[in-house]
Each structure stands twice: as structure tokens, then as C-alpha cells.
Design a protein around this ligand. Sequence first.
Ligand code: TMP
Length: 254
Amino acid sequence: MNRRRKIYEGKAKVLYEGPEPGSLIQHFKDDATAGNGKKHEIMDGKGVLNNRISEFIFSKLNNLGVPTHFLRRLNMREQLIREVEIIPLEVVVRNIAAGSIAKRLGLEQGTRLPRSIIEFYYKDDALGDPLVAEEHVTAFGWASPQEMDDMMSLAVRVNDFLSGLFTGIGIQLVDFKIECGRQFEGDMMRIVVADEISPDTCRLWDIKTHRKLDKDVFREDLGGLVEAYREVAQRMGILTETENALSTGPRLVE
Ligand code: TMP
């Protein structure tokens, strides 16, 4: 029986009221969506994998002094997070041309960009999350100039960390998206990394073969999404061989 108060339900996650004030429970669903929800399927095991992968990345960021909303993992599908006020922007960092930038600027997929590029998209499903300039963000008050600086600095630090992490396991970090939130503590406010970082929010290519190990497998109907995510988790050393074997045998019940 579930008596928890639901705060918000998105395409891939649900937020519930947490056990103490200022905390929330982030629950990872198995839903895979693309094209602003037009394409939708349930992928058995995706939520469990994203919970573990995101936990791994956020814990490491916390340890490196990059502030995040993550507190601790609670179970297979849930983690305890700090309640933050989400800034309505998707902050995208690109190292290699792919996806929308390749289309927009006529770049060949896989071309290394002259330097890492940070972009902002306004989070609005009805508008299809349009690309916006810093001018729009500050003029419409979605974030202040100082907050933009803080978000860019966080994005660069996350990119440095993730690039090293993935290179070490034979994966190229093509691009990724983060979301940021305002964490209030007394009179103080700081910007922290929120939401999730997982193969749902990154483009990850095998360094040698360029095989896709991220949500493009679903977007482009390449097949084997959960297997690709499991491979990322395994290379990160998150899944033990036993857990991996279990995924094709009897299922663990939460
Ligand atoms: P894009 O090339 O489609 O603009 O995507 C850039 C990166 O942002 C890619 O790693 C996927 C990620 N992303 C999300 O996580 N959520 C989204 O809604 C979109 C559009 C992109």
C-alpha cells in the first residue's frame, strides 16, 4: 500500500514527499519516452539501472565538492534527495556534434567541436523545449546573471568529471543534459545539480566501435536499450556479475 504524497510525476520519474522537511523521494520508472512524449514504451529494468547509475555519478560529484541534490539511495528504484526549486532550463554540454546541433548547424555527426559548448533550453513541453540565449533567460527572469554563471561553472565541472569517468571505461561522452535547482538553507541559497544523470540524459558512444549506449538506441529504434544501459552500469563497476545474471533469471521483488 502506498500512502506517500505524490509531489510531481514526470515522464520517467515520480517525486514523493520525503521523510523529513526539505527532503523528497525520487522514484525511477521504467518508462522510456522520446520526441516530447510522442514515443513511449515500458522498458523492464530501465528505472533500476538509471537509479544506480545516477546514484554513482551524483555520489562522486558530491565527494568532489560539486554540490548536488542527492543524499542517498533508498532502494532499487528510489533515492532520497534535497528539495530544491528547479530552474526551468535544460543545460546541455556538447563535446562532439550529434543530435540537434548537428541538424541545426549542418555539422557531421561525430565531429569534435572546437571546444565544449554549453547551451540552454527553456523547459516547456508545449513549446518543445526551445533553445534560448542568456538574454532570454535573464530578461524573462528564469535565472539571474549570477545563477547563469553558477550553472555554467557546474556544467563545466560535471563535464570534466564525466569525460574522465567515461573515457576510463572506453566510452566517449558526446553530450549530456543537466538540470539545476536552488537549494535554500536559512538565509543562504546555492545552485546545485538536480534531476538525474544517466544514459537517458547523456549521449554515450563506445570509443572503439561508436556503438550507441544511450537513449538514442530507443529514439532510433536500434533495439536493446536495457542491455545497453546494463553494459554502461557494468563497465562502471556498479552491477556485480550476480546481479547481471539475475536480470535474465528470476526477478528481485522490491
Ligand atoms: P539534443 O541533441 O537532442 O539537443 O540533446 C542534447 C543532449 O541532451 C543529449 O545528451 C540528450 C539530452 N537531452 C535530454 O536529456 N532531455 C531532453 O529533453 C533533450 C531534448 C535532450
